[in-house]
Write a protein that binds this ligand. Structure first.
Ligand SMILES: *Cc1c(COP(=O)(O)O)cnc(C)c1O
Length: 396
């Protein structure tokens, strides 16, 4: 089994015995029978061989999901968490301690930006947010205290890409770890570990779950650091994923490969439509030849995903209000990577102030990309002709 489409269905499955069910087994149990002296009751004494005994430690359904994701991302081990934010928090608090320094993509999921800017400094962890598309800026941001470079690519919400292999080389030369949040691309679109990153993170809430009915997050990487993160974040902080959510996400994962093919094909048509539509100013989809980093996209992405960012001529807030009222196929709602198309508007000054805290040249680069605001469209699995007709009519 070597191909992602097959791994998404089969990796980690164990029992092929006579009478075994041909599906992902849901085990909602909180606790399990176990041999009383097979395991100590301290997380510090946990071993790989410990039997299941309590679901905050491990659970057959969440373990299956973690193992399947590790196989897809090409890592030694995987962990799953209650949400994507729980996974990012587990990574930051696991790999950084007081006195350490984090280098972060200055455009990333707003919750991650706020976690880094508002919560880490209070724990003695310094943060420098840089434009990770600027390799010289990444290298210049590294100090003797830097322990981690966290990159999001493609970056939510503007679909700016980072050259992961190039940043990984800078990280390796500086003996700094690198993590990549590639939620927007999925393991079908990019393999950050193969490009040199140490950890890959996904919000499972998005494409991997795919149906918008369960929150979840994951980290894949080397066995040793993940064992530490498991002990601290899952067992002690208690960020464990509910087995029922894991089971829903496993079911979503079975169709990931088929869905990503349709998301990409639909996005190609919708991006072409938007590019030629009067009233639309800029369209960003990594698969478009007009994307400023299309060459990098072709080099590092094996699926261009279903996410499109676009800007409008005229007042974005007013257009957003009209779209929210008039759209019938596309839902005006946050989140992304769902079966159904989703659209929302992100005013630039708001997100710069509340989340990214950009100043000077970085602020100007964001505004050059987005103007006064960006529409983030998660192109769903509806017929592309219906998505296009809906947008065309609602844009007026
Ligand atoms: C949604 C998202 C997150 C956070 O995930 P949750 O499951 O909502 O906690 C992190 N990173 C990216 C890129 C996201 O899109």
């Amino acid at each position: 089994m070597t191909e992602p489409a097959t791994k998404a269905l089969h990796a980690g499955s164990a029992d092929r015995g006579v009478g075994a069910p041909v599906l992902n087994v849901l085990s909602p149990a909180a606790s399990f029978f176990s041999h009383p002296d097979a395991v100590g009751f301290s997380a510090n004494e946990m071993t790989d061989k410990a039997p299941y005994f309590y679901s905050r430690w491990s659970n057959p359904t969440t373990d299956l999901l973690a193992e399947r994701l590790a196989s897809l991302d090409g890592g030694e081990a995987g962990l799953v968490f209650a949400s994507g934010m729980a996974a990012v928090t587990a990574l930051f608090l696991g790999r950084l301690k007081a006195g350490d320094h984090l280098v972060l993509s200055n455009v990333c999921y707003a919750g991650v930006a706020e976690l880094a800017h508002d919560l880490l400094p209070g724990r003695g962890i310094a943060v420098t947010a840089v434009d990770t598309t600027d390799l010289a800026a990444v290298a210049a941001a590294i100090t003797p205290r830097t322990r981690l470079i966290h990159v999001e690519s493609p970056a939510n919400p503007i679909l700016r890409l980072t050259d992961i292999a190039a940043v990984a080389e800078i990280a390796r030369a500086a003996k700094v770890e690198m993590s990549v949040d590639s939620t927007m691309a999925t393991p079908l679109g990019i393999r950050p570990l193969a490009l040199g990153a140490d950890f890959v993170i996904h919000s499972l809430t998005k494409y991997i779950g795919g149906h918008g009915d369960a929150l979840g997050g994951s980290i894949v990487g080397a066995r040793e650091p993940l064992a530490e993160i498991q002990r601290d974040a899952l067992i002690h902080y208690g960020a464990a994923l509910n087995p029922f959510a894991a089971w829903l996400i496993l079911r979503g994962l079975e169709t990931l490969s088929a869905r990503m093919a349709v998301h990409q094909a639909n996005a190609e048509k919708v991006a072409a439509f938007l590019s030629s539509r009067p009233g639309i100013a800029k369209v960003y989809w990594p698969g478009l030849a007009s994307h400023p980093q299309h060459d990098l996209a072709r080099r590092q992405l094996t699926n261009f995903s279903g996410m499109i960012a676009f800007t409008t001529e005229g007042n974005g807030t007013a257009i957003a209000r009209r779209l929210a009222e008039k759209l019938e196929v596309v839902a005006y709602a946050v989140s992304l990577g769902k079966t159904r198309s989703l659209l929302c508007y992100i005013p630039s000054e708001d997100i710069i102030r509340s989340s990214f805290r950009l100043e000077g040249r970085d602020r100007q680069r964001y505004l050059d990309w987005t103007g006064e605001g960006t529409f983030r469209l998660s192109v769903g699995l509806e017929d592309a002709a219906d998505i296009i007709a809906d947008l065309d009519r609602a844009l007026g």
